[in-house]
Structures are given as structure tokens and as C-alpha cells.
Design a protein around this ligand. Structure first.
Ligand code: AMP
Length: 408
């Protein structure tokens, strides 16, 4: 089956066409500046067998963008299909499923309306996700559409992990609770890690692992027997770790304090914690880890501080989750930073012998994932596992449309 995987952002659209049997990516691309006032839209497309193409085209909305993407996919020179009829299903990444969607879901009008309603909880992503789904429903009315939710993998958290110590009515009235995000990534690396642990004689059903998705957005999850017990992101993706531009955990009273001092609106404060904080806010240099590492190496003090905060906070979460799970069998690193920065991994794991965490410097420097980068005698395995969210979305889409139930 050929599965089209779509990730619709507010002004962008990422796509991959995946052969579900071989799991090969047949074509992929990115449409940018959708609906931008000044125009300047662009689609970068690559057909793995036939080469690359770029198209400068203004796109008023997601429907127009998807129309152009379909034309690229069918293009005689750089396309990957002769007709869109070859595509068996579309898998859509959807940020927020709230409490309603805890499984990948076949889309109908009611499901899209629910996704739109959940825009309250995911204002930056859900409206765009719904637009992408609607556009495909219109352009391919006979092709099944499946929504795969970023929150779903975390649905197994116990109430004491997901309930905030606020008046309870805000949970019942407004759904204010921890949901967690990056679920497709945490799910994928968990399933890979459990396979690796099994081959190391660790019983997957009793295993306690911490998955660290460290990228532009970063989150961690405590996973017991393959099920999430706790995760660092909350009602929105702003909580938890320090990220590229998001602050992660802060004293909530800072917002009321700064709100008064700066005479700031809720939107200003939203912007502050989501777009101006994190690595960018502390270093003043960049939200990109490579830039921050380079500038720290050149002696920039604030970049050094940003790196120290980034690693320190992850170490704190490792301690907290180890206590919460009553032990630890493995730590998994994934995401752009987790997969590529051996220095960050080393720094996170240093002096953790008392937890049974010992990283092997040589393996950490040389190996690319999937790999075990812990010392031979380390009680806790340290696993490096490249994530692949599109592959999970394609697999789950196939499961929904065929009614199969293989584990991802
Ligand atoms: P992601 O959001 O998963 O694509 O990850 C993006 C982040 O990964 C950015 O902060 C990049 O700077 C970071 N990253 C990618 N490659 C490296 C690398 N070799 N060393 C450090 N950070 C990296």
C-alpha cells in the first residue's frame, strides 16, 4: 500500500509518500509560506527514485498547497505515482487529541469537528491539522483519512501524574490536565527499545525506561512495561524541559508578575514562553542547539549557561522518573539533539554511577543508532535510537484501514 503522511503546520505542510510493505520513502517534501501575506511560497520536493524539484508558487491555503503537492507527486519527471488512485490512505499528524482520541482514528466529519474543537488546547497546531484533513477529504473523497494524535501514547498516565493541583473544576470544565506530546516518537523509540532490551534479557513487560526526545521541542517520558506513566509536557507543549524557544518548567507566578510589570496581554505572555524563551532566550544567540554549542565553545557565557540548564533539567527528570518508576532499566536518546550531539548525551549521563548509569565514551562518540552506548557493566542501558514519526503514522494508518493490530 502507498500511504501519504501529512503534517500540516500553521503555514507549512510536510509530506512523505511511504510504501507500507517495504517502509521505503518514495517521495517527500515541504510546502512553506502557505497563506503568507507577502507571498513567496515554495515547495521543495524529492522523489527518491527520480530526483528533486523546487516550485515557487503562492498558496492561499492548505487546499491549494495540497493540490500542488499532488501535482508534484504525479509529475512525469519527479513524481512517484501515475495517478492519485494509487494512494490507499492518508495519515495525518494531529497535535491534540484531548481525552477523546487515544487511538489513531478513521476520519469523518464528526472527527474533524472534534479536532477543530480541540483547538482551544492546541491553538497553534489543531486548526492547521484540521485544514489539512479537510483539504484531503475534498480532493480525495474516496480515500480513507486517518488522524494520528501526538497525545495518544500518553493516555495511560495515572490520574496522580496527569492532574494539576489546581481547583478540580478546571479539569472537569476545561480539560486542564497533563496530556503530553511527541507521542508518536516516544511510542516508536519505546517499541524499538523494548525489542533491544528483550535481546539483553530484560523482560519488556516489567521494563522501566526513560525516553528522551530532544529536538527543537523536547520532552521525556517514564515508560513502565511499554506504557507511559508520566511525561514532561503538559496541557500544552510548553511544560517540562528547556527547548529551542520554549521555557519549560517555571514558577507559574512569574506569569502574573511579568503580566503586571509589562502590562502584557495573555497573547504576549504566550509568545514569551513559547517563542522567546529556552535556548534562544537564555543564550540570546539562537534556538538551534548547534549554534548554541558553537558559541559556548567560543566562550560565550550565556550560551554556556543555556547548555548547563538544558542538561541539568534533563538530569533532574531522570532522577524524578527513576524514583517514580522505582528503578530504571534503560534511557533512550532520540530527536535531532538526542541523536546527534554526543557531547550533550555525555553531559547528561556524567557522574550517574550511583544510578547504575555508565556511558561508554567511545561508543557514544562513534556509534549511530540504533545502538547501545552504555559501558558493558552498566546496570542501566543507554540506547541511541533514531526516531521516525512518519513511519509510525504510516503503520498506524495501515492498521486502521486494514483493521490489523500489529505493534508499532
Ligand atoms: P529536531 O527538532 O528533532 O529536528 O531537532 C532539531 C535540533 O537538533 C536543533 O536544535 C539542532 O541544532 C539539533 N541538532 C541537529 N544536529 C545536531 C548536532 N550534530 N549537534 C547538536 N545538535 C544538533
Amino acid at each position: 500500500m502507498k500511504i501519504l503522511v501529512l503534517n500540516s503546520g500553521s503555514s507549512s505542510l510536510k509530506y512523505q509518500l511511504i510504501d507500507s510493505e517495504s517502509e521505503e520513502v518514495l517521495a517527500k517534501g515541504l510546502a512553506e509560506r502557505i497563506g503568507a501575506a507577502g507571498g513567496g511560497g515554495k515547495i521543495k520536493h524529492e522523489c527518491v527514485a527520480n530526483g528533486k524539484a523546487e516550485l515557487d508558487v503562492d498558496m492561499a491555503d492548505h487546499a491549494e498547497a495540497i493540490d500542488h503537492v499532488f501535482a508534484m507527486l504525479k509529475d512525469p519527471e519527479v513524481g512517484a505515482v501515475k495517478s492519485m488512485d494509487e494512494i490507499s490512505a492518508v495519515g495525518h499528524r494531529v497535535l491534540h487529541g484531548g481525552e477523546k482520541f487515544v487511538q489513531p482514528t478513521l476520519v469523518n466529519e464528526e472527527v474533524v469537528r472534534e479536532v477543530e474543537k480541540l483547538s482551544d488546547l492546541g491553538p497553534l497546531h489543531n486548526p492547521a491539522n484540521a485544514k489539512g484533513i479537510r483539504a484531503c477529504m475534498k480532493l480525495m473523497p474516496n480515500v480513507p483519512q486517518v488522524a494520528v494524535f501526538d497525545t495518544a501514547f500518553h493516555a495511560t498516565m495515572p490520574d496522580y501524574a496527569y492532574t494539576y493541583a489546581l481547583p478540580y473544576k478546571y479539569y472537569t470544565d476545561y480539560g486542564i490536565r497533563r496530556y503530553g506530546f511527541h507521542g508518536t516518537s516516544h511510542r516508536f523509540v519505546t517499541s524499538q527499545a523494548l525489542k533491544m532490551l528483550k535481546s539483553m534479557n530484560v523482560d519488556p513487560a516489567a521494563s522501566r525506561i526513560i525516553t528522551c526526545h530532544l529536538g527543537n521541542g523536547s520532552s521525556m517520558a517514564a515508560v513502565v512495561g511499554g506504557k507511559v506513566m508520566d511525561t514532561s509536557m503538559g496541557v500544552t507543549p510548553a511544560e517540562g524541559l528547556m527547548m529551542g524557544t520554549r521555557c519549560g518548567d517555571i514558577d507559574p507566578a512569574i506569569l502574573t508578575y511579568l503580566g503586571k510589570k509589562l502590562n502584557a496581554t495573555p497573547e504576549d505572555l504566550d509568545d514569551l514562553i513559547n517563542k522567546k524563551s529556552g535556548l534562544l532566550g537564555v543564550s540570546g544567540v539562537s534556538s538551534d542547539m548547534r549554534d548554541v554549542e558553537n558559541s559556548a565553545n567560543e566562550g560565550n557565557k550565556r550560551s554556556k549557561l543555556a547548555l548547563a540548564i538544558f542538561c541539568y533539567r534533563i538530569r533532574k527528570y531522570i532522577g524524578a522518573y527513576t524514583a517514580a518508576m522505582g528503578g530504571l532499566d534503560a534511557i533512550v536518546f532520540t530527536g535531532g539533539i538526542g541523536e546527534n550531539s554526543n557531547t550533550i548525551r555525555a553531559r547528561i549521563c556524567e557522574d550517574m554511577d550511583f544510578f547504575g548509569i555508565k556511558i561508554d565514551a567511545d561508543k557514544n562518540n562513534k556509534l549511530r543508532g540504533p545502538a547501545d552506548i552504555s559501558e558493558d557493566g552498566s546496570k542501566v542501558r543507554i540506547l541511541l535510537i533514531p526516531t521516525n514519526e512518519e513511519r509510525v503514522i504510516a503503520r498506524e494508518t495501515v492498521q486502521v484501514v486494514t483493521g490489523s493490530n500489529e505493534s508499532v
